[in-house]
Design a protein around this ligand. Sequence first.
Ligand code: GLN
Length: 256
Amino acid sequence: MELTIGWLYPKLMSTYGDRGNVICIQRRCQWRDIPVKILPLEQTSDAELFLQADVIVGGGAQDRQQEIVMRDLQGAKAEALKNQLDNGIPGVFTCGSPQLLGHYYEPALGQRIQGLGLLDMVSKHPGPEAKRCIGNVVFEITAEPLRQELQAMTGEIPIVIGFENHGGRTYLQTVSPLGKVKTGYGNNGEDGFEGAFHQKAIATYSHGPLLPKNPFLADWLICTALEKKYQDSVQLTPLDDRLAQQARAAMLKRLD
Ligand code: GLN
């Protein structure tokens, strides 16, 4: 078995440290002797490359870079990404990435950025004077079947710990929320929702990076990707996550 990680626009969408999600998946495969390849999906990449990814990671970006990305993510590339995610390729998309998977993102300044329309949601920045949503975030995953699959994997209710830093506010239409906020703003600081979930794609405002802080999510992505690729059940060798567990316990205590 081997895994290819498709990394969306790493040069443009790595402002908030989400490369840590790519590194986390890579290391958790290597620690299990699963060969892993990182495939940058850039402006110079053609659509075919998007189809080679077994799991796709998209990070956060500033408004200006999001506009540049969407000028490129059009036509065959946009269709390839949408088909991958609609067909159940797993992915984790943080902040600026999921804003572009929705119908549109209205930045603080400038024109509306049309999104892929894959997630039935919209995002709007209330303007350059508006308070940014910045701080630690804790939420409980409610999206099914993800919640059940995570509970079966860990034996616990899936609680995610992270850090958010966004000006845009996201409003879900028919797409499922990823979870319900316990601490922090979440999608918009109003409706108590955090993120979105579609097929096997996780959309969240949680940086951190997300996966090192919540290793069970990394393992879910790896397992889901390998099971889809090889059409067989996959049992991952357990790893020693005591350090991550201690860090989580400390944060949950601090934020409680
Ligand atoms: N530029 C977008 C916003 O401010 C996304 C920010 C991010 O990716 N952290 O909402």
